[in-house]
Structure formats: structure tokens, C-alpha cells
Design a protein around this ligand. Sequence first.
Ligand code: FES
Ligand code: FES
Length: 162
Amino acid sequence: MTYVNITFSVNGSDVSSSVLVRQSLADFLREDQRLTGTHLGCEHGVCGACTVLVDGRAVRSCLMLAVQADGTSITTIEGLTNADGSLSPLQQAFMDNHGFQCAFCAPGFLLTAKELIDKGSPLDRDHMRAELSGNLCRCTGYESILNSMEAAIAAAPSGGQP
Ligand code: FES
Ligand code: FES
């Protein structure tokens, strides 16, 4: 088995680690970093549950190798909370607007939503629906997820952190 040393940032903390060259980023985050908020559903790029931000862009961590994370900055769902452990405005918007039930899909939706909001472009409902169409939810219903995202956009200061 071949291992490679990589260095990157996860949720603001620097990490140096030896990783198996064929290990997925999702498995590395869950098993080596114990960041189990990154969920694995399909494990082949369909459901979006494993979405994390890599340098601010939403990426399916089941399709990315951990070695490809070398030199990047990664945000997982654990990194969305405020420093004091309270919910970020984006998380609170999903909570207040019934944006999840079992919450298996929620980390993927939240991080996809964060990327879109951070871009700062105006998002109407049709645009949001298209942008979130790569994430699957089996129990909430997509309307409440869209309502949550609309509420988060309304609450976010221009250019601020949702
Ligand atoms: Fe990665 Fe489904 S687990 S897209
Ligand atoms: Fe259960 Fe989306 S809240 S899968």
C-alpha cells in the first residue's frame, strides 16, 4: 500500500497526515479526522450527501481522493457552526424553516447552499432549485429546503457569512 504525506486546512485547523493514495476524501474526513458529519449515501456521486467545500467550492468528497486535498482549505458541516458552538445563521434558517427531518442529506444541502450564498449573486427560487438539484432528500420535501435557503439569503448581510 502506498501512502503520501499531505498538508491542508480543515475547518480552520492545519492538518498534516499520511494518507493512502486510493482513500477518498470522504473516508479520510470520517475515519481519520472523525468528522462524521460528512455523510455517505450513494458513494458514487449521485446523492450529494458527502458534499464539502474545497477552497470554497462544493465538492462531492466521495469522488475526490484525499491526496487531491493537499494544499487546500476544506470546510465540513462541523465548520459551519459559530466559534461558541451555536448554529450559524444558515443552519438556524434550516432549523426554523423545517429544512430537514432525518437530516442525513442536510450537510450536503447546507454546504451547497453556503457556496451559492457566498458567491453573492442574487438567487431566485428557480435558480436555487436548479443549483440544489444535485442533492437528494428522501424525507423533507424540497419546498421547505428552498424556504430555508430563501430565509438564509434574506438574513445574510451582503457579502457576509450565512
Ligand atoms: Fe457522495 Fe452520494 S455519497 S454523492
Ligand atoms: Fe432525511 Fe433529507 S431530511 S434525507
